[in-house]
Design a protein. Structure first.
Ligand code: SF4
Ligand code: SF4
Ligand code: SF4
Ligand code: SF4
Ligand code: FES
Lengths: 167, 814
């Protein structure tokens, strides 16, 4: 009987040396896994233009009917994204979303990406609807945001030539 | 009947009339052979090669003329090459293989080839989701291309062909469907190919560009997203749209349409109409629409529409409740002691008009039709018989178009009459000036304005024309109001009715009124009648004006309305009439409710609610029921119920039910199903083809001879002009002017003169002249037309000038 007790305590002492597995969230935050699917982000190109072209394919792919997209036409004087079309309204209802990532798979321009943010809480159902300005990432340092006035005839392609995603 | 031949397509035995194209024979038994350039409404051209199939024919022994047998079966020899199913007619014993390895490989390579320079921007393409190229690529494409992506041609993506249609040069696969539609079907070759090979481009020949009122149809039949309308560009993805069956409310053709709707953030979350699409009805509009029907619907969504009932208090209209407004209106109608005038227009549905007529009858008042065109009592009697179909008319049929500019008054009839002419029908156009239909007519009769009746009466005496009329197997007479007012059209109708008298009730025979409004025919059938002295009818009466703006159209009528005892206006907008009214009742647009229209061919057709009501507005028939209730008259207040009452009261509608109007039947060509490539994006008709009203003949009544009224002749004195009203398709009317995209087509008021006459006046084309008529003076710009006679001035209706019929006018240069 003593033997069993000793074995149990041994485990206890071993664990004492290993340190805790818990963290003091929210003061301390853990890195998420590379494929973690958190709150969506709408990405931009390096030049500040939005990647989203308002094609609504994410909305079509979404099994939870969480996305609403409405498109408008770009002009060179007021350009949001490359090509002719951009999303003038883009909304995701985070209460409906099941974080399946289908939208990310469906997007032809890799514009919508499920990010690292899992800290979602609302006190009102309406606050669960993330509008485009909440979803769109800020332009990178020193780059203009949208709309931009651009040289005519440069941004004529909506879908850039790109490699297939590797991971 | 044509000789029937037997053949085998993909192992299925069928018989088809000799001469049928393989692609159509296959379609009839539900086999879809992929096509791009072929369209069942147009001549085959064999340009795209998508429809390649293997075709085998029995070997015929030259000596015996009999097929060579092998194992007791005719021996089939397949050609060394694939053949195009869209240009090859069927023949006896033919064997077609559309699914064989060889055929598949052929189709495969064509898709690969078509995609060599296609941008593949489906994510942003308006056709995406209903695109033949997308579908056929998925079904027949190779999946991989041997061509280099970098070698793709990059062409302009936003080329406005006109202000309504945009071309994406990259997406065009050069099938020429759009060009052929304009040439063959619309008869307006305004676009064409330019350059060759990969540089082939669609260009417009006209200024302004793409100058045709049928341009929208090209976007339906374009098998890719190369042609888009400025209305729908990037408006929504096609799979997000809901569709509701309806009927166009712009003219008496009654084209079957679908409203595509969607909830929209730009419209504060309301459900709005995103586009109007044709719905197949081979007896009415086939699969076509005119651009007015396609683009003018925006008035239904105009934010300026009336949203609440208004009641005049201390000389000012103030917002009120339905209860209060209806109680006041009803009370006044009841206490008017029969001195009541209900004035309504043919913009309303059968249900609305029936309730209004019942109210007028219940109160002992008059039901007046607000129109400047008469003769509806005659079309009700001598109208075309059930089963009439312009699409079937050809050799043996004579179509007389009298005093009507069909292209402007009822565009799809223009297209259909033109089609009949092509099939061999004799088309006679009688008009005071040149119209677009003249080019397709066998005989053109030109008269001086004022001689319409004499001219029609004299037609039978003319040698060839008389022959064409009297000995025609079928005779259809369309009469309009080109250059005429109420009396003139009534007389013209009587003269025209004489021609068709003995034929009434037979299919493809009879009289058709080219009315200014969609449901004028229904209004006449229900018992509404116009009057030639509206002013004195209004004075001192309690007037209930519905869907009409007399005060806005004519200052004299405005004055008369001011002298009315009490005015109730029921409208969509705060019109000049509504300004004068004591009670204003907000009506729903027809897109917001159920109902039915009666077309000029006397076909009753249902439409369904597509979008929610604007503000507190209510359906016209329901408002009338509410007002009637307060006036002590009991009326039904649901569309179905009103229609049931209508059917038992008005004999012409006898036997009809909503269910009958909603019946459908198999139609050819088969369109709108999974195979968008065959017929285009036109919708299949699943909600009703409509039904003909009962004719007098079928009701066992004998027709009396029509009577011609005396007409005072207008003789302009030296230096004066005879101003006559003509119809312009895009006018400033309530149901058109809200469409921003039609603005440049609407333009400002004009006057059309003979060049010589204009020279005498010292005014050139586009210059301003001052016109004075009916007590009004206005400045209008001059248009020239050599076919107008010297002292005649053509004035378009609905452009702000008060012209209801021919009138003597003064013109001077400013
Ligand atoms: S993650 Fe899935 S559920 Fe959430 S918005 Fe995207 S597709 Fe819809
Ligand atoms: S996020 Fe991607 S899929 Fe969604 S609308 Fe934008 S471009 Fe299209
Ligand atoms: S625009 Fe469309 S319909 Fe016209 S040729 Fe090109 S692909 Fe054909
Ligand atoms: S022809 Fe007449 S009914 Fe047809 S779409 Fe044009 S306006 Fe509407
Ligand atoms: S060649 Fe037959 S469909 Fe184009």
């Amino acid at each position: 009987m003593l033997k069993e007790l000793g074995r149990g305590l041994l485990t206890t002492f071993k664990m004492l040396l290993e340190g805790p597995v818990t963290t003091s969230y929210p003061e301390e935050k853990r890195e998420v896994r590379p494929r973690f699917r958190g709150r969506h982000v709408l990405k931009r190109y390096d030049n500040g233009l939005e990647k989203c072209i308002g094609c609504s394919l994410c909305a079509a792919a979404c099994p939870a009917d969480a996305i609403f997209v409405e498109a408008s036409e770009n002009t060179d004087e007021e350009r949001y994204s490359p090509g002719e079309r951009y999303a003038s309204t883009y909304e995701i209802n985070m209460l409906r979303c099941i974080y399946c990532g289908f939208c990310e798979d469906a997007c032809p321009t890799e514009a919508v990406v499920l990010g690292d943010n899992y800290e979602l809480s609302f006190t009102d159902r309406h606050d669960a609807i993330y509008t485009k300005d909440l979803l769109l990432e800020p332009a990178s340092e020193g780059r203009p945001t949208t709309p931009q006035t651009v040289e005519p005839g440069v941004y004529t392609r909506s879908v850039p030539q790109m490699e297939n995603p590797k991971d | 009947m044509r000789k029937q031949v037997r053949l085998t397509i993909d192992d299925r035995q069928i018989t088809a009339p000799a001469g049928t194209l393989i692609v159509n024979a296959a379609k009839q038994i539900g086999i879809d052979i992929p096509v791009f350039c072929y369209h069942p409404k147009m001549e085959p051209v064999g340009m795209c090669r998508m429809c390649l199939v293997e075709v085998g024919r029995p070997i015929i022994d030259r000596n015996t003329g009999q097929p060579v047998l092998e194992d007791g079966q005719p021996k089939i020899q397949f050609g060394p090459k694939l053949e195009t199913a869209c240009t090859t007619p069927v023949s006896e014993g033919m064997v077609v293989r559309g699914m064989s390895e060889k055929a598949k490989a052929g189709q495969n390579e064509i898709v690969e080839f078509l995609l060599t320079s296609h941008p593949l921007d489906c994510p942003i393409c308006d056709k995406g989701g209903e695109c033949p190229l997308q579908n056929l690529t998925m079904e027949h494409g190779p999946g991989k291309s041997r061509f280099l992506y970098d070698e793709k041609f990059h062409l302009e993506k936003r080329v406005p062909l006109g202000d309504l249609i945009f071309l994406d040069r990259e997406r065009c696969i050069q099938c020429a469907r759009c060009i052929r539609f304009q040439d063959e079907i619309a008869g307006e070759p305004v676009i064409g190919f330019y350059n060759r090979g990969r540089a082939t481009d669609i260009v417009t020949y006209t200024d302004p560009g793409f100058d045709s009122v049928f341009s929208g149809n090209t976007t339906d039949i374009c098998p890719v997203g190369a042609l888009t309308t400025s209305d729908f560009r990037f408006g929504a993805r096609t799979w997000e749209l809901k569709s509701t069956a309806s009927v166009c409310g712009q003219c008496p053709v009654g084209c079957n349409i679908v409203f595509n709707t969607r909830r929209e953030a730009k419209a504060d979350g309301r459900i709005v109409i995103k586009r109007v699409m044709p719905r197949q009805n081979e007896q009415v509009n086939e699969i076509w629409l005119c651009d007015k029907g396609r683009f003018a619907y925006h008035y239904t969504e105009n934010g300026a529409r009336l949203s609440r009932p208004l009641v005049k208090k201390n000389g000012k209209l103030e917002a009120s409740s339905w209860d209060e407004a209806a109680a006041i209106a009803g009370g006044k109608l009841r206490s008017a002691d029969g001195e009541v005038v209900v004035l309504a227009s043919g913009r309303l549905s059968n249900e609305d008009l029936f309730n209004l007529k019942s109210l007028a009858d219940g109160l002992g008042g008059k039901a007046l039709l607000y129109t400047q065109m008469g003769g509806g009592d005659l079309t009700a009697r001598f109208g075309v018989g059930a089963g009439t179909n312009f699409g079937e008319m050809g050799a043996g049929t004579t179509i007389l178009v009298a005093a009507s500019d069909l292209y402007n008054e009822a565009p799809v009839w223009h297209l259909r009459v033109k089609g009949a002419a092509k099939r061999g029908a004799t088309v006679i156009v009688a008009n005071g000036r040149e119209t677009k239909l003249d080019a397709f007519a066998k005989y053109v009769v030109r008269y001086a304005y004022g001689d319409e009746v004499e001219t029609i009466n004299g037609l039978q005496q003319k040698e060839k024309i008389g022959e064409a009329i009297t000995s025609a197997e079928n005779l259809v007479v369309l009469f309009g109001s080109d250059g005429l007012g109420l009396n003139g059209t009534s007389n013209l109708a009587a003269a025209c009715a004489e021609l068709v008298q003995g034929r009434a009730g037979k299919p493809n025979n009879g009289l058709i009124g080219v009315w200014p409004k969609a449901n004028d025919q229904g209004a006449w059938e229900i018992g509404f009648r116009p009057t030639d002295d509206l002013s004195s009818e209004l004075k001192g009466k309690t007037v209930y004006v519905v869907a009409a703006d007399p005060a806005g159209d004519d200052p004299q009528l405005a004055a008369a309305l001011k002298e009315a005892k009490f005015v109730i206006a029921q409208e969509l907008f705060q019109t000049a009439t509504a300004d004068l009214a004591d009670v204003v009742l907000p009506a729903q647009a027809y897109t917001e409710r159920d109902g039915s229209f009666t077309s000029g061919e006397r076909r009753a057709q249902r439409f369904y609610a597509a979008v929610p009501a604007f503000g507190e507005s209510q359906a016209d028939y329901a408002i009338t029921a509410l007002v009637a209730d307060a006036a002590g008259v009991e009326l039904a207040d649901s569309a179905g119920q009103v229609f049931e009452n209508l059917v038992v009261t008005v004999e012409a509608f006898a036997g009809l039910t909503y269910e009958i109007l909603a019946e459908t039947a198999e139609q050819w060509p088969v369109v709108g199903r999974g195979d968008m490539y065959y017929g285009g994006t036109t919708y299949e008709n699943t909600r009703g083809l409509g039904a003909h009203l009962v004719g007098w003949g079928e009701r066992g009544e004998t027709a009396s001879r029509p009577r011609v009224q005396e007409e005072t002749e207008l003789r302009p004195k030296e230096g004066q002009w005879l101003a006559v009203p003509v119809t312009k398709l895009y006018d400033q009317g309530l149901t058109v002017r809200s469409s921003k995209l039609l603005e440049s087509h609407i333009g400002a008021a004009t006057v059309t003169l003979h060049p010589e006459a204009a020279k005498r006046l010292g005014a050139g084309a586009g210059e301003l002249v001052e016109i004075s008529l009916n007590g009004t003076t206005a400045q209008v710009s001059v248009l020239l037309d050599e076919t107008v006679s010297a002292s005649v001035a053509l004035l378009p209706r609905g452009m702000g000038l008060p012209i209801s019929g021919p009138v003597v006018a003064g013109l001077k240069k400013v």
